[in-house]
Each structure stands twice: as C-alpha cells, then as structure tokens.
Ligand binder design. Structure first.
Ligand code: RIB
Length: 292
C-alpha cells in the first residue's frame, strides 16, 4: 500500500513522573509513581496523523525489548504502517520526563535505537505515491538531510519540525516546503518571523502554545488562533500533535493555513490528557469540537 505521508523520526518510551517542582542542580525532590507511555517525536507525529485519518508510515527504529513492543503496539493500534521501523541491536530510546502541576514538562532523551536510523534506511523507502515527508530531529542529522534531499528530488513536499533545535545546512533549509518552529526556536534562528523565509523554506509555521500558530509566507503572515480548553493537564507532545495533524491535512491537499487551522485544534485537545500519544484525538473528536 502507498502511504501518502512519510514520517522520519524517533520512537521513545516516555518515563513520566509528576513533580511539585523541578529539582535544582544537586537537589532531590520526590515525585509520583512512574508511568511508562509511548512517545518520541517521530512516533508521536505519525500517531497524531494516523488518528486523524492519514495513511502514514514511520521510518525509525526501536530495540528488541519490551519498550520496543510498547511502541509498535501503540503505532499499529493507531493505524501507522510500521514496515519501515527496524529493530536495532541498541535499546529502545527512552525519554525521562518530569511534569509540573501547570502541565509543563522537561525532558532528557537517551536516543538508543534512534541513533541507528541511517541514510541507508531512507534509501530503502519508496517515495512513490508519497505527498509529504515530515521529519523531526531526534534521529541523526545526516539521515534527516539525506531524506529531505531524496524527497525533494522525488517532488515530495517536505516538512521539518525543528525540534530539538539543531543547525542544518543552508541547502537543506532551502529544500523545505514548510519549516515548523516554536517561538524560542524562531528567535534563535532569525531576528523576525519573516526572516525565517530568508533561510529558504517556502513557508514557516511558528507555534505559539495556547495562542495557536502563525503561518509565515512571502504573501504575509496569517495568525491562526487556538481554541480554549478547560484544563491543561500535560503539554508533552503537543508540538508533535500539531506537526502530525498539519502533515495529515497537508498531504490531503489542504492549504498550509487550512492545515494549520486544523492542527491547532488537535494540539489544544492533546494538552487536556496525560502523555503524548495517548492524548491525541481522533478525527471524530476534532469534528465534534467544531460542532459543539
Ligand atoms: O515532544 C515530546 C516527545 O519528546 C516525548 O514523547 C519524548 O519522547 C521526547 O522525544
């Protein structure tokens, strides 16, 4: 089967602990029980896209361990094609996550198997029938660079969620259709949002958390406001939810602004539940929001 959306990125087991506040250097604080959830920026993006109806495959790697099985089960039960998820001899990536009462998180990632995702894995991918490739940066940079090159050669539109932030060659940035960054990343990259376009992408999206997103293109900047949610439980993976839902709609032919309007709703719904992948809404849940 041809997948119209390809996602290249990480898959991690998220070891999540709620804490009253984060410890300072040299300090110990007690938290709640550890909860193990499927995560990783690539797997999150793919699951968010599949939940809202995309035909999506993940290119990535997990270990041959229990956490790898947890990830495969989450991906497959959400409808993500895992044929291109290889089993590495390294352990599955792990993210150590603390969540504070305001729903904010801090994350340390041990990449494990994600470090094994190589340019040759990209060469094994057929881009026939793909409309969009979406990448994030918890897999080796050389693999992402190669994937963007191959996709651009094949006339597949390229989306890069520049998270975690890293320095990319000018030629790669110039080959992007859409660059997604948050406000902090945008400020690190360019003096103004409009200057993000000087880096080369055809458009940039700056995600603004609870305020929504801004779509920046040569024609101008369009602000896409978010929706109000009653309670913020956990913001982990909200950016990936945005990237996944955006890519799903973009691959279906929506304009960048229309796809971003849909994606801000998905990201807003995702913060009302704990965890990354378990918090992502289905297309029906997004539609009922519009009807309500
Ligand atoms: O963006 C959230 C994700 O970052 C978590 O699921 C964690 O695995 C880290 O990769």
């Amino acid at each position: 089967m041809t997948n119209t959306l390809l996602v290249l990125g990480s898959a991690n087991a998220d070891l999540v602990v709620e804490v009253g506040r984060r410890p300072a250097g040299g300090e110990t604080v007690l938290g709640g029980d550890t909860v193990v959830l499927p995560g990783g920026k690539g797997a999150n993006t793919a699951v968010a896209a599949a939940r809202v109806g995309a035909s999506v495959a993940l290119v990535g790697a997990v270990g041959g361990d229990g956490y790898g099985s947890l990830l495969r089960e989450s991906l497959e039960s959400s409808g993500v094609d895992t044929l291109l998820v290889k089993t590495s001899s390294r352990p599955t990536g792990i993210a150590y996550i603390t969540v504070t009462p305001d729903g904010e998180n801090s994350i340390v990632v041990s990449p494990g198997a994600n470090a094994d995702v190589s340019p040759s894995d990209v060469d094994a991918v057929s881009f026939d029938g793909a409309r969009v490739l979406t990448c994030s940066l918890e897999v080796p940079l050389e693999t992402v660079i190669h994937a963007v090159d191959v996709a651009a050669e094949a006339d597949v539109r390229t989306v890069l969620n520049l998270s975690p932030v890293a320095e990319l060659p000018a030629e790669t940035l110039a080959r992007l259709t859409v660059l997604i960054v948050n406000e902090h990343e945008a400020a690190q990259l360019a003096p103004t949002w409009h200057d993000l376009l000087e880096l080369g992408p055809k458009a940039a999206i700056v995600t603004l958390g609870a305020r929504g997103a801004a779509v920046v293109a040569m024609a101008g900047t369009v602000e896409v406001p978010s929706i109000q949610v009653d309670e913020v439980v956990d913001t982990t993976g909200a950016g990936d939810a945005f990237a996944g839902a955006f890519s799903a709609r973009f691959a279906e032919g929506d304009t960048i602004v229309k796809a971003a309007e849909y994606a801000v709703k998905v990201a807003a719904l995702s913060v009302t539940k704990a965890g990354a992948q378990p918090s992502y809404p289905t297309a029906a849940e997004v539609s009922s929001l519009a009807a309500g």
